[in-house]
Design a protein around this ligand. Structure first.
Ligand code: MTE
Ligand code: MO
Length: 230
């Protein structure tokens, strides 16, 4: 009896050890991908498009000077004078929107906490246009399942599942703490959401593309989790 238990331990131990040590790289890569997919399904199943994240009371904002500014470019990304937002992919009415046009659309405001995977968090009040309102304006094709966000910051980008993008607390923000979005935080327009980690919230937006297929992102293509729900 003790001998057969030892044998089982040995077999299990051997399999786990070869995966962990990366002896068989293809097998362990496959295993990690499978785990990520499983985890993503699990998170997507827990995710409710109707559940609102708690908002924070006025006065809880992190002082602006203490709210970190992250961009991959060497220098502060600067919007061109003729900046517009292009809305495309599989939509019936592709759009090219100016900031004024965006500001005339229904406004959504929220005061929420930011979570960066690097271990910091901060609070700000954001205001802008819901991604769902943008999709409505552009006439979303029912085959769309994902949406890609692109920026003028050295090609930084990300892609999202539609339920998260259409959550009522997912907006394209042009205002932070009652002021025009500062250059360090993504001026003139950035994605902001209560339901995703920091790296999903693309700043310095140029394009929103609704797609039938899932793509990647700047950090996602380097191994960061794709779903990245909060
Ligand atoms: N265009 C662009 N968007 C971006 C990034 C970036 O480098 N470039 N960094 C992401 C990361 S990792 C985080 S945590 C947040 C940081 O937002 P903040 O600069 O307003 O704190 O922006 C996200 N969006
Ligand atoms: Mo981040």
């Amino acid at each position: 009896m003790p001998r057969s238990i030892d044998r089982r331990k040995l077999i299990l131990g051997g399999t786990a050890a070869s995966l962990l040590a990366g002896c068989d790289n293809r097998a362990s890569a496959w295993f990690l991908k499978a785990m990520e997919r499983w985890n993503e399904h699990f998170q997507a199943a827990l995710f409710s498009p109707h559940r609102l994240a708690p908002e924070l009371p006025p006065g809880t904002e992190t002082p602006l000077r203490d709210f970190p500014q992250y961009y991959i470019s060497d220098d502060l990304p600067e919007a061109p004078d003729d900046w517009t937002l292009k809305v495309g992919g599989i939509v019936r009415r592709p759009q090219v929107l100016t900031l004024d046009e965006l500001k005339k659309m229904p406004r959504t405001a929220m005061r929420i906490q930011h979570h960066c995977v690097e271990g910091w968090s901060a609070v700000a009040a954001w205001a802008g246009v819901r991604v769902s309102d943008i999709a409505h304006l552009a006439g979303l094709d029912p085959r769309a399942r994902y949406v890609e966000f692109r920026s003028f910051d050295s090609g930084y980008w990300s892609s999202w599942d539609l339920p998260s993008a259409f959550h009522p607390q997912t907006i394209l923000a042009y205002e932070m703490d009652g002021m025009p979005l500062p250059p360090g935080h993504g001026a003139p327009l950035r994605l902001y959401s209560a339901v995703k980690l920091g790296y999903k919230m693309v700043k310095y937006l140029t394009e929103v593309n609704f797609l039938p297929n899932r793509t990647g992102g700047y950090w996602e293509d380097q191994g960061y989790e794709w779903f990245a729900g909060v």
